[in-house]
Design a protein around this ligand. Structure first.
Ligand SMILES: [Zn+2]
Length: 130
């Protein structure tokens, strides 16, 4: 029996997570991937690309994705006080933008990410991502 671990609204993020899990020997796969890729509008109707794993592997898989997400968050910190409590000023809030951020971080790590503005919620410092 398979359970849905995450739902993605784009192909790149779904595949980052998938390959990460497959590398670790988790029997993950994507559902509805083809439909979403062909017609992004349809992803609304079918709730995006589902990353599914066998029920018994779900806790491990979930922990792995959690680590990956934490590493991403830890890669962003305030230049003034070092806090990781940041507000993304350049994008709408929400999980969707968070996962788009991950794909930039993992795949591009460069120009596309420049110019993104963050504000530290601890000290109020605003800065651009470098
Ligand atoms: Zn700060």
């Amino acid at each position: 029996m398979y359970v849905i671990l995450r739902t993605y609204d784009n192909y790149i993020n779904a595949n980052i997570a998938l390959s990460k899990l497959l590398d670790a020997g988790i029997h993950a796969h994507l559902q509805d991937e083809h439909t979403v890729t062909v017609d992004p509008l349809l992803s609304l109707a079918i709730n995006g690309i589902k990353l599914v794993v066998p029920k018994e592997e779900a806790p491990t898989a979930s922990a792995m994705l959690g680590i990956m997400e934490d590493e991403y968050k830890a890669s962003l910190s305030c230049p003034q006080c070092g806090s990781c409590e940041l507000e993304d000023l350049s994008k709408p809030k929400g999980l969707g933008s968070f996962f788009r951020g991950i794909s930039h971080w993992l795949f591009l790590r460069d120009t596309q990410y420049f110019g993104e503005k963050y504000r530290c919620t601890q000290c109020g410092r605003e800065f651009d991502r470098e």
